[in-house]
Write a new protein. Structure first.
Length: 103
């Protein structure tokens, strides 16, 4: 699985690189993984389409720690950690949910 724009093995990029910035998101428009919306703008398809709620059961989140793919619901309801390896995710990412997921 290719993650575009990542700078390290845990999917951190030059825009977000705290210890818990370890997810990549499969963008709905191009079905490719990127560490963040800025990486998608730089390296992606040029379109911005958010995941519709009816598709929140699809796997679209990659844990950079264990490489497990999560559904959007698992990610959104997971309490900012991976249900597989329990690695912590950055809760600050929630301010950008509107860029990825339908409200």
């Amino acid at each position: 699985m290719k993650v575009t724009g990542a700078i390290d093995k845990e999917t951190r990029c030059s825009h977000y690189y705290e210890n818990n910035d370890i997810i990549a998101i499969k963008f709905y428009c191009c079905k490719e993984y990127f560490p963040c919306y800025q990486c998608h703008a730089e390296y992606g398809c040029g379109h911005n389409k958010v995941w519709p709620k009816v598709k929140f059961d699809e796997k679209a989140i990659l844990c950079g720690n264990c490489k497990n793919e999560l559904t959007i619901n698992e990610y959104l309801n997971g309490g900012y950690s991976c249900p597989n390896c329990y690695a912590s995710f950055n809760p600050g990412c929630s301010i950008h949910y509107h860029l990825y997921f339908q409200k």
